[in-house]
Design a protein around this ligand. Structure first.
Ligand SMILES: C[S@@+](CC[C@H](N)C(=O)[O-])C[C@H]1O[C@@H](n2cnc3c(N)ncnc32)[C@H](O)[C@@H]1O
Length: 236
């Protein structure tokens, strides 16, 4: 992977994974997140969920922690006039909290459910919740194209994800699938950027754009087979 080419495509996008404001609101209500909540957005990307997190907690604050400098910079710029938001480059696993909500959309799979939940237990305030979205298999034998997309290592199904949450000593307060609208909110801006970048693209950039287009095509065709599951969880 040519990372310069990868970030040329990804750095200007409003979000880096599927989801909607409605997902944030649903999770926060289920988790009983208070208006003054201290929130960690772990693996925030460019901060596509932060406006909704602030809607949930207008008297609270959001710490966005992101491994990629360009995304952390995008969050800082996007919320430069809002003192409730802090952007930090680094690992979401190193924050001590305390947090009333740890929100992590599409980032837990980088470290694994067990590792994330075990680490975050210590960072949660009493009664605090972890809400995360995770790749999920919706049908047991997906099309070959799905298997290829995941390079042969298919994601867990919902039962598998629940089992990992429970093994980590958490209860599942609720789950729901990320909607098609959530995926389009991620893919449509990406498609517009792919079209714009095609002109004058070199081989490395064209390869990244081809791969992104192929991923989008697989999701559009096989979205009944796989997607993301949003899980709201609390330590027992
Ligand atoms: C699929 S993107 C989702 C971004 C964002 N949550 C969204 O939905 O738009 C996952 C993000 O997690 C970040 N990430 C992965 N592991 C991380 C870690 N240990 N600490 C902080 N950020 C991490 C990646 O850099 C990437 O931006």
């Amino acid at each position: 992977m040519d990372w310069d080419a990868f970030f040329k495509l990804h750095d200007e996008l409003p979000r880096e994974g599927p989801g909607t404001d409605g997902d944030v609101l649903w999770a926060a209500e289920l988790g009983g997140v208070p208006a003054h909540a201290r929130i960690l957005d772990g693996g925030s990307g460019p901060g596509g969920d932060i406006a909704a997190l602030l809607q949930v907690a207008p008297e609270g604050r959001v710490l966005a922690v992101e491994m990629h400098q360009g995304f952390a910079d995008a969050v800082a710029k996007r919320f430069e006039d809002d003192k409730r938001v802090t952007a930090r480059v680094g690992s979401m696993m190193r924050e001590h909290g305390p947090f009333d909500l740890i929100w992590s959309a599409g980032a837990v799979y980088f470290v694994g459910v067990a590792e994330a939940l075990n680490t975050w237990r210590k960072a949660l305030a009493p009664g605090g919740v972890v809400a995360f979205s995770e790749p999920c298999l919706f049908r047991p034998a997906p099309d070959d194209a799905v298997e290829t997309l995941f390079e042969g290592i298919l994601p867990d199904d919902e039962a598998g994800i629940r089992a990992k949450v429970e093994a980590a000593g958490y209860e599942v307060l609720g789950t729901r699938r990320i909607s098609d609208a959530g995926w389009e909110a991620y893919y449509q801006p990406q498609e517009a950027r792919i079209e714009m970048l095609r002109q004058g693209a070199d081989d490395a950039l064209n390869a990244v754009l081809d791969e992104a287009e192929a991923e989008i095509a697989v999701w559009r065709k096989h979205r009944e087979d796989f997607g993301y599951l949003l899980c709201v969880t609390r330590p027992l």
